[in-house]
Each structure stands twice: as C-alpha cells, then as structure tokens.
Design a protein around this ligand. Structure first.
Ligand SMILES: Nc1ncnc2c1ncn2[C@@H]1O[C@H](COP(=O)(O)OP(=O)(O)O)[C@@H](O)[C@H]1O
Ligand SMILES: [Mg+2]
Length: 356
C-alpha cells in the first residue's frame, strides 16, 4: 500500500489507520461488476470521529485512488453539529446535489456518487484528488496567504451553488430580538466553562436597534467547514460531508465556515498569531465577495458570534487533548486571545452594520 500524499496529513495526524473487518474492496468490486480481486485499497482506511473512510483503486493501477467508501458513525454526538446522517440519507442528498450542480454548470461540484452499499452501511463516491481548505491553514500560508484566499473564495462559490438548490420563501426577523437571543446563548454557553462574554461584545448586542430584516431561506450544508471543501487542480471546488437536512438563513453556513477558518490554531504557541488575526479581515472580505449578493451583514455577524463561541469551547477542549501538558497554559492563552479578538472584530462589524 502506498504512503499518503503530502497533503493528506489531515487524515493521518489525528485518526489512526484501521483494518476493516469486512473486505470493503470486494464489496465494491461486486457492486460495480468488476472481477473479484480487481478492486484494492490504495491507502489504509481511517477511523475518524464521525466516519470510517476507505480509499480504493484497481489492482492494475495500484497507486491511483479512484473511489472513497464512507461509513458514517451515526451514533456520534457533538454539541456544535448534528450527528452524522445514515449512509442512505447522505447518499440520497448527494444524488440530488450531483444533478443540481450538473444542470447548473460552473466550478462547484460534489463527488460523483457511485453506489450505496447497504451491506457496509456505507456508500462510494469518486475520489477527489487535492487538498482541503483546512490543509491551507498552516503557518506558511498565513505568512503568504494567496493560496488560502483563493481556496476560501472557491469555498464561497461552492456554497453559493449549494444554496441555489431550491428557492424557499424568505423570512423576516427583528434584529434587536435576535441580538438579545444571541446574547443569552453566548452567556449560557461560555459561563459554564468559566469564560466571559467580552463586555464590548455584550454591550454591542444590547445596543442593536430594533429593525426588521429579510433573510433568504435555503437548504443548509449543515457542516460547511474548511475540511469539507476540497480543491482539485484548476478552478473546480468540491463540497463533501453535506447534511442537507435543515433549512435556514444562508448566513448560518457562511458563519460556520468563517469561524472554522479563522478560529483555528496549531496547538503549540502560535508564533504567527498576530498575522493570523490580521488575515481575518481580508479572508472574510474575500469569502463574502465570492459568495455574492444577498448576505444580510448583521445576521451574518450574529451567526458568527455564536459559531465563534462554539469554536472557543471546542479549541480549548482540543488543546487539552493534545500532548505536552506543560504547554497547556500557553496553548489556552493563545486560544483565548485569538477567540476574544475574533469576537470583538465581529461585534465591531455588527455595530457598523446595524447603525448605518
Ligand atoms: N470523495 C472524496 N475524495 C477525497 N477525499 C475524501 C472524499 N470523501 C471523503 N474524503 C476524505 O475523508 C474525510 C472524511 O470524509 P467526510 O465525508 O468529511 O466525513 P466525516 O463526517 O468523517 O468528516 C474528508 O475530510 C476527506 O479528507
Ligand atoms: Mg468531514
């Protein structure tokens, strides 16, 4: 079996290889009508938190990955996102989206659906070569961010395409009421962890004036994070891991992507934290510009504040799981500084967007 390509450390670092109890390659070969033994694993399967993924190819081209078989772990729970969908539901969504993106044209895609595999509680799609946006969040790209900004722009293009799946009736909401709800939620989430809602954020939320705004409603990706946007060579952009079970304001997906892209730190002391924070503004700018019209700025910031609070808690949890406990205080300090700064930046934009 070949070693993983250089941009695949996302799978290797945190998730161990597993030896499947069932011959997944044989099941896929049988389903595709290929001769027995012609389908082989290309890289070791990886057991991740939410799924196990298998990378398969054909025996005559042993180094070439052609298919991914995904077995979602439906009993996995996490407080900031829904549990993984059963394979049949995710596959049905994928079929719908593949038809949508083909009809629409343009660079946005989903991986070509290949087969539902009920005997594995999984499904197969075509393998998409290339890095994920999350692979571009390393120190080098913070210092030289052209590739990251390009990836973020392409992610926005993908989301725009996804959100055009079906036109749903728009909704109205009152900004002051919404801000009040967000203030309570931030407090409820952060207080048990001993974290304060930064006073300037609380003040901004309390000062949001009453105003009715209209937001579009769309089918939501549900977990549009940088790890779930793949960037093959060229202009194409491929979204994966799509929930598509709920409808809501597009700002919800947009805010989650931004929170995960800018609220991420390597769990050592982040030597480039100031540069990382400076990158937040151009990154949000590029993302929203490439998404295009129809984003309600105050609603985006309100959703972002909520996502950032979740990110703060999650990064502190992850910092604790990382080795070298002696470095934990420094790591937590870095996470706290970063997330407080992002919350304040969002609150400032919210204030500007609601008073103009
Ligand atoms: N079609 C694909 N092509 C290339 N890599 C894929 C493909 N599908 C999944 N992967 C890889 O497997 C990982 C896990 O798949 P994903 O659908 O995101 O499941 P999870 O719910 O576990 O996050 C992805 O982050 C990506 O690295
Ligand atoms: Mg994923």
């Amino acid at each position: 079996m070949r070693s993983l390509p250089s941009w695949a450390p996302r799978l290797v670092e945190r998730w161990p290889p597993v030896t499947p109890s069932v011959d997944v390659a044989a099941v896929l070969a049988d389903r595709l009508g290929l001769p027995a033994g012609s389908c082989v694993p290309v890289w070791s399967a990886r057991a991740q938190a939410r799924s196990t993924v298998h990378f398969l190819g054909t025996a005559d081209r042993p180094g070439l990955c052609r298919w991914v078989v995904k077995q979602p772990r439906t009993n996995w729970t996490q407080d900031d996102v829904a549990s993984p969908l059963a394979a049949a539901r995710e596959f049905a969504g994928l079929l719908r989206l593949a038809g949508h993106f083909t009809a629409r044209g343009g660079p946005a895609r989903v991986p070509t659906p290949v087969a539902l595999l009920p005997e594995l509680e999984g499904f197969a799609t075509a393998y998409v070569p290339g890095p994920a946006v999350s692979d571009l969040l390393h120190t080098r790209s913070v210092l030289s961010p052209a590739a990251l900004l390009d990836g973020v722009g392409r992610a926005a293009v993908f989301l725009r395409g996804l959100h055009e799946l079906e036109a749903l009736p728009a909704r109205t909401l009152d900004l002051a009421q919404e801000a009040g709800r967000v203030r309570v939620r931030l407090q409820q989430r952060l207080a048990p962890a001993g974290l304060p809602v930064p006073p300037a954020v609380a003040r901004t939320l309390a000062a949001v004036p009453s105003r009715t705004v209209t937001t579009c409603q769309v089918w939501l990706h549900g977990d549009c994070t940088p790890a779930n946007v793949l960037l093959p060579e060229g202009r194409t952009v491929v979204g994966i891991d799509i929930d598509l079970q709920g409808t809501g304001a597009p700002e919800e997906d947009l805010a989650r992507f931004v929170a995960f892209t800018t609220g991420s730190v390597p769990f050592l002391v982040d030597a480039v934290l100031p540069e990382r924070l400076r990158l937040h503004r151009p990154l949000v700018g590029r993302f929203l510009e490439c998404y295009g019209s129809g984003v309600c700025a105050p609603v985006f910031e309100l959703r972002l504040l909520q996502q950032l609070a979740g990110r703060w808690l999650r990064l502190r949890q992850l910092a604790r799981l990382h080795g070298r406990p002696a470095l934990l205080p420094l790591r937590l300090q870095t996470v706290d500084a970063q997330l407080q700064s992002l919350l304040l930046a969002s609150a400032r934009r919210l204030a500007r967007a609601t008073w103009t």
